[in-house]
Design a protein around this ligand. Structure first.
Ligand SMILES: NC(=O)c1ccc[n+]([C@@H]2O[C@H](COP(=O)([O-])OP(=O)(O)OC[C@H]3O[C@@H](n4cnc5c(N)ncnc54)[C@H](OP(=O)(O)O)[C@@H]3O)[C@@H](O)[C@H]2O)c1
Length: 329
């Protein structure tokens, strides 16, 4: 039985936005700097990243020895994780991977601790996957509802910030706002616009981001829930918002739903209609916020769900998983 404070932790992708989130939270949890290894690409080797009042020097992933760590928090992109996460696991280090690469692997649990922490025990490769940011905040809001009455259908539209696309997404919005309206990272101009495409199109017409929300939610909650997403990139720096409509199997009062959501760990229910939360309000917060819950006729309901994509949507969730893994060491 250990805790995160007692083990050595690698942060792979430490110079990126999710990596910065990892380092901020680890420092807040009083993990000594000597126990944290910052790892990124060869081009960052020798650079430093902030860790509270101090800095950590960056190691190159290609030569990093994972046998000195018990847990590695990975966010270097899917193709890099596909190669290096199994290498780290083979060196005896548990991997919590933030990229999409392992999420649908049947031997890799896909975990939101408040929802399905029990799945960690089924890991067969010493790898646990962190879901997509949009999936995490949606299943956090849906789980207490599904516990009251089984969800039949979920129709969701997302409003996803540019930080969800990493440093280059933030840089592109900055550049466009300052007058250079050329397009590079996003498929359309993102300044003063909303873009109904995140990730590539698939053969059936949905985008890969939309597909991820469907299959990941079904893997975490239940395969028989119908999920109909539209994923949209918006010119917001940080924080994803979602308009979520859902149909239940039973007649349920709004009070029952409010009570279930309001008592679910990690979720803040905002009951006052006028005090709803929007993306900038949740920056740096680890909780998921549910606002404007209302009944729309029959067994259909609607809510507004907001979370910090770099915290609960990424780093917070992964560190919660790492804490559970550490307790079993
Ligand atoms: N941003 C979000 O809200 C979010 C949420 C959930 C999941 N994710 C996932 O997390 C991953 C990273 O996202 P991000 O937003 O942090 O991206 P980012 O800001 O672009 O950072 C990417 C990080 O990966 C590192 N990296 C790139 N190629 C590498 C290589 N060959 N070897 C080692 N390190 C390498 C970069 O290091 P260098 O500086 O050395 O290039 C950097 O530290 C992506 O897979 C993304 O889908 C992101």
């Amino acid at each position: 039985m250990s805790s995160l404070q007692e083990i050595k932790i690698a942060v792979v992708g430490a110079t990126g936005l999710v990596g910065q989130g990892f380092l901020t939270i680890l420092h807040k949890k009083y993990i000594p700097a000597d126990n944290v290894f910052a790892v990124a690409s060869e081009k960052s080797q020798g650079a430093t990243v902030p860790y509270g009042e101090t800095t950590l020097s960056v190691h190159a992933l290609s030569t990093f020895d994972f046998s000195q760590c018990s847990v590695a928090l990975f966010s270097p992109g899917a193709s890099v994780s596909s190669v290096f996460a199994p290498k780290a696991a083979a060196q005896g280090c548990w991997v919590v991977d933030n990229t999409s690469f392992f999420r649908m692997d049947p031997d890799v649990p896909l975990v939101v601790p408040e929802v399905n922490a029990h799945a960690i025990a089924s890991a067969k490769k010493n790898i646990v996957a962190n879901p997509n940011c949009s999936t995490i905040q949606m299943v956090m809001a849906l789980k207490p509802i599904d516990d009251v009455s089984r969800l039949r259908t979920v129709i969701v539209s997302t409003y996803q910030s540019v930080s969800g696309a990493g440093r280059s997404g933030v840089a592109e919005l900055q550049r466009q706002i300052s007058g250079d309206l050329s397009v590079a990272r996003f498929p359309r101009q993102i300044a003063y616009n909303v873009i109904p495409q995140i990730d590539v199109f698939m053969d059936d017409g949905q985008t890969k981001e939309e597909w991820k929300m469907v299959v990941e939610t079904q893997k975490i909650l239940r395969p028989d829930i119908a999920i109909v997403p539209t994923c949209v990139r918006v010119p917001v720096w940080r924080g994803h918002s979602e308009s979520v409509a859902f149909e239940l199997s039973d007649d349920v009062s709004l009070d029952e739903l409010n009570n279930a959501i309001g008592s679910f760990p990690g979720v803040v229910l905002v009951r006052s209609l006028s005090e709803y939360v929007s993306a900038p309000d949740v920056e740096g917060r680890d909780e998921v916020f549910v606002c404007r819950l209302r009944q729309c006729g029959g067994r259909w309901y609607q809510m507004w769900v907001v979370a910090d994509n770099l915290r609960k949507g990424a780093a917070t969730n992964a560190i919660q998983i790492a804490e559970i893994i550490a307790t079993d060491m």
